[in-house]
Design a protein around this ligand. Structure first.
Ligand code: HEC
Ligand code: HEC
Length: 222
């Protein structure tokens, strides 16, 4: 390579002007810190909260396994247009979610997404669940188990379900199906202070897989 070209390329790389689509987690981490995201989110596992007081002191959900939990395309878009996920304010059972989450530009969001996607948990086994609209999954979610009493979900005509848990409307675009199963199987790894009932020993491993696959079919819009 001619020396002048090499200099131009390395200068461009140093400025972050590399071609779009090129993952840049280090730049994303720097933006995450500069924007003060870490005032509300921690990004290093394992889970730190041990008591209810620890949980209540958190100002936002933990992100140390974001790369295992979220789908990349959803994450990059949500960071530019954050719409409420939890109907109620974080850690509250009475206050509405004001929908005032900080926003990033598309460029910042792409880099922060590259950073967050590097944060994974090895408890999540890739390829363990496929989205599947089964009658059994539906039966568990809507009837056998109280899932729908706490979680909004898309139903035939409109959205139904409870408001105390995060909305699962659009879970099929937002969540990694393998993470849904891993969370049901190992809730303590992700949420040592339980805000949701534990289904280990209540749902069989097969039922867990079925309901995880069912949740993974939930669309955002009809
Ligand atoms: C003042 C506290 C606060 C700050 C600062 C903040 N967040 Fe959040 N974040 C929250 C809360 C609260 C939620 C839950 C929002 C909801 O459920 O609608 C959230 C949700 C998220 C989620 C989805 C997590 C999940 O489990 O649903 C991501 C990703 C995220 N924030 C990234 C960021 C990034 C990147 C920044 C910096 C630009 C940032 N946040 C700044 C409080 C904060
Ligand atoms: C008593 C209310 C309640 C019931 C019943 C319940 N959940 Fe939850 N669920 C929650 C709460 C609260 C959270 C948030 C936990 C946290 O962040 O600590 C949650 C989190 C989740 C998440 C992660 C969502 C996200 O974006 O972080 C999934 C997936 C989920 N529940 C699925 C289920 C399924 C499947 C069932 C039934 C087998 C179920 N839930 C039953 C309250 C409930």
């Amino acid at each position: 390579m001619r020396p002048i070209l090499a200099i131009v390329i390395s200068a461009a790389a140093a400025l972050g002007l590399t071609e779009p689509g090129h993952a840049d987690p280090a730049a994303g981490k720097a933006i995450f810190e500069a924007k003060g995201c870490n005032a509300c989110h921690y990004t290093q596992g394992p889970a730190r909260e041990k008591t209810i007081a620890d949980q209540l002191a958190k100002k936002g959900p933990e992100l140390w396994y974001a790369g295992s939990k979220f789908q990349k395309a959803w994450l990059a878009k949500w960071l530019t247009e954050p719409k409420p996920i939890r109907p109620l304010a974080f850690n509250s059972l009475t206050e509405e979610n004001k929908g005032d989450h900080p926003k990033l530009s598309a460029e910042e969001a792409a880099k922060v997404t590259d950073f967050l996607m590097t944060l994974t948990s090895d408890v999540v086994k890739p390829g363990s669940v496929k989205p599947k609209k089964s009658a059994k999954g539906r039966l568990i979610f809507v009837k056998k188990m109280p899932c729908s009493g706490c979680h909004a979900f898309p139903s035939r005509k409109k959205f139904k379900g409870g408001r105390s848990g995060p909305s699962l409307v659009g879970a099929g675009e937002r969540l990694n199906p393998d993470w849904i199963l891993a969370y049901l199987q190992n809730p303590k790894v992700f949420k040592p202070v339980k805000m949701m009932p534990v289904f280990v020993g209540i749902l069989s491993p097969k039922d867990m897989k079925q309901v995880a696959g069912y949740v993974a079919t939930f669309k955002a819009k009809k």
